[in-house]
Each structure stands twice: as C-alpha cells, then as structure tokens.
Design a protein around this ligand. Structure first.
Ligand SMILES: Nc1nc2c(c(=O)[nH]1)N[C@H]1C(S)=C(S)[C@@H](COP(=O)(O)O)O[C@H]1N2
Ligand SMILES: [Mo]
Length: 405
C-alpha cells in the first residue's frame, strides 16, 4: 500500500458518520474518496456521565465526538471523545492517589498527593487540542486496520495544572537524562497485554507548556479523561497525554516498552515538519510526535440542501502541532482562486482557531467548496495523503458538496 496515494477526500464520509446529518436524511454526495464502510456503522451510545457519542468499541471504550460539538471553541467535557487501549480502567480515589516521580536519572524519588500538586506549584492553564493519532483513519482508502475513527477523535479544552518541569525539578533531573516515561493506572485484563507506558524526550518534558493537569474546562478532570491527573502535551498527538497518571520515571536511556518501540510509529522522514524524537528513531521508523495542520467544517455537511442566491455562512476550525494557524482559504476547485476565510479569536497556538466564510450559492445544481489551512510554519493541507501503515495524520483537503435548489 505504500505506493498508493489517496486523493482529495470528501465530507460525504463525514455526513455518513455525523448522526444528526444522517437522521435528518442528508443524502451522501457522490464524490471521490468515500471512506471505507466501517465508518458508516457508528451508533450513538452514552458512557456514564457522558452525552451520547459515536461508539467505535465498548471494551476498551472508544467513543468519538459528533460533529455538532465542534461548532464552538471548547469541546464540552461530557461530549469529549474517549480513547482507551486497555479495558482495566480503575476509578482512582483522588484522596489516596499519589504521583510517584523517580527513575534511574532522578536525583531522589518523590511522591505528591493531589493537594501537594495543587498547592505546591504555580498553576497554569493552556488551551490545547487533544487529537488521537488515528483521527480520520476510517476515511483512508484503501482501508487501514485499527479503530475506524471518523472526524471526531479530537477536542479542544482548557487544561489547568502544574508544569511537568517544576514537578520533575523536585525529584531532580540528572544531566544524563534522555527520556521521561509515564505510566497510567489502567491495565490489560490479560497479563500478556503490555501496560500503557509512554515516554517523551527531555526537551518536550522541560517545555513550559507540558503539564500535569487536574482540571479540564474549569472542572476537576473527569474520570474518562484521566482523573485525578493526566499529562497534557500541547502540540503532540494525544497518545502521549497519559491519563490516570500513576508514575513518572526519569530515564538515562531510551524507554523500550511496546507502546514506544512497536506502536505509534511512522516511516522516518515521512513528515519532515514534525517534531523530532531522536532517541526513539530507528533506521526506518520514528514515533509519531506533533500534529499536522488540518481543518474541519463544523456547521454543514456534504449532501446538505441550500437555497440558490441566499447568503450562507460556513464555519469551521483549523489547528496544527503548535505553530498556530496563519490562514484558512476556500476555493471551488483545486486550481483556485483561493479566497481567505475570516479567522476567529486567537486562543493560543495550541488551541484550534475558529474561522468563517460567507458566500452566496449560485444557480441550482451542486456547489463544491474546498478548505485548506496553513500554519505559521508555512505547512499547508494538501490533496495527497502521506501513506503510512497505521493511517495516522490524515489531513487531506476536504470537499463540502452542497445541493443547491
Ligand atoms: N492511561 C491511559 N492514558 C491514555 C490512553 C490510554 O489508553 N490509557 N490513551 C491515549 C490516547 S491514544 C489518546 S488519543 C488519549 C485520549 O484522551 P481522552 O480519552 O481524554 O480523549 O489518551 C491517551 N492517554
Ligand atoms: Mo490516540
């Protein structure tokens, strides 16, 4: 499959996966790049404390956010997507919980209660997109194995907590430290299942924006999002955002667990704009790191009927791996002309940026609009995917096909 290229994607897939468009009977537009069938089969179901979300699997729980919730700057906690690898998910008691910090490259191991974390360090808040590496995997053609996410394995929230580097400083980071590993409290049901442990390079760990977070959108971190505390790694895909954080190990060498060495990897040099993770790179592959630039229309779906000559506002969001969004453009075909959409408030370079575009659909028939975002690093969405075996980083330019009449 490495030679295959997928061309221009269509929001038709999104119409199929978005339950409201579907219930309303929106006809999927005939267009190229229809997703593989699995995406269509999403059904709505509610986990305790959550709104009905699109269920991809129950054990382990994997639920994605319906399109309607993306039409706002912050994704409500009870509609935020849920992703777990393992089905042994504990209800962690916040009072007896302790965060253990140690490892062979720590000066002295330490432990912190939630109160000690809250009161012993400066608290900071960052608006940041959490996006699963496999978001939109279900839109890949040909089919790629894995959870068949549509567009909703992501969300934007205000995360509040303390800087990871301040916490690590209490244990002391030895000069020879190479990586820091993070273990969550969840476990596999079978002993053979590898425990979920992720590691980060020291430079990302010491970044002032990397947090141990205990609040999400002004509320205590909800159970499904990692109570009582999780890692927040702005700009990097959410695989690193370890939930129910239990222990942190400062390591003098690359961590060699399954979730680093075997999973979440990409062909080396496939994404030259992504952040480096040199200590984990092999000759042929490297871990996924920062997100690629992307955008989404949030108030319309393909197949929707619109009236000829009546002004319309298309709204959407755009985000990237932490450079921030420079512009979003709209065109009727890949040859352009590309017209600027209006950008909304800037909530910081790790947040998504809302945008809007007003236009008047012309004569009866069909109306296609294409959208592309460009980051402050100059990275732009394109019309060809960079193929990779796990179907990560799907950021193809999407088409909104409206029916005018
Ligand atoms: N403890 C734990 N943390 C985890 C995971 C997990 O399986 N267990 N999955 C990771 C992945 S792959 C993603 S995409 C995000 C999802 O975060 P959310 O469920 O809060 O949306 O959590 C990350 N942190
Ligand atoms: Mo993920």
């Amino acid at each position: 499959m490495t030679q295959r290229r997928q061309f221009l994607g269509s929001l038709a897939g999104i119409a199929l996966a978005a339950p409201f468009g579907r219930l309303a009977g929106a006809a999927p537009a005939p267009s190229p790049g229809l997703p593989s069938g699995a995406v269509e089969s999403g059904i709505l179901a509610a986990l305790p404390g959550k709104k009905p979300l699109i269920k991809r699997s129950f054990r382990a729980p994997n639920y994605e956010t319906p399109l309607q919730y993306f039409d706002q700057l912050y994704t409500p906690n009870d509609a935020f997507f849920v992703r777990y690898h393992l089905s042994g998910i504990p209800r962690v008691d916040a009072r007896s919980w302790r965060l253990r910090v140690g490892g062979a490259a720590a000066v002295a191991p330490r432990e912190f209660s939630l109160d000690e974390l809250r009161s012993g360090f400066e608290q900071v808040e960052v608006a940041a997109v959490a996006q699963c590496s496999g978001n939109r995997r279900g839109l890949y053609t040909p089919h790629v194995p894995g959870i068949q996410w549509s567009i909703g394995a992501m969300g934007n929230a205000r995360w509040r907590g303390v800087r990871l580097r301040d916490v690590l400083a209490r244990a002391g980071v030895r000069p020879g430290a190479v990586e820091v590993a993070f273990d969550g409290a969840d476990t596999g049901v079978l002993a053979a299942t590898p425990d979920l442990v992720k590691s980060l390079p020291v430079d990302k760990v010491l970044d002032e924006h990397t947090l141990v977070a205990f609040e999400m959108n002004g509320e205590p971190l909800p159970h499904w999002h990692g109570a009582p505390a999780r890692l927040v790694v702005p700009g990097w895909t959410a695989t690193y955002w370890v939930k129910h954080l239990a222990s942190i190990s400062i390591l003098p060498a690359a961590f060699d667990g399954y979730w680093m060495k075997s999973a979440y990897r990409l062909p080396r040099a496939a994404f030259p704009g992504a952040a480096a993770f040199a200590s984990q790179a092999s000759e042929s592959t490297t871990p996924i790191t920062s997100m690629v630039v992307n955008s989404l229309v949030t108030n319309m779906v393909s197949g929707q009927r619109v009236a000829a000559g009546v002004p319309l506002e298309v709204r959407g969001i755009a985000w990237d791996g932490g450079h921030g969004i420079r512009r979003v453009e709209v065109a009727q075909s890949m040859d352009g002309p590309w017209m600027a959409a209006r950008l909304g408030v800037d909530a910081g370079r790790f947040s998504w940026r809302q945008w809007q575009y007003s236009f008047r659909p012309g004569a009866q028939g069909s109306q296609r609009l294409l959208f592309r975002a460009t980051s402050h690093a100059g990275e732009t969405q394109g019309s060809q995917l960079v193929p990779n075996p796990a179907g990560y980083h799907h950021n193809l330019i999407q088409a909104l096909d409206l029916v005018v009449g």
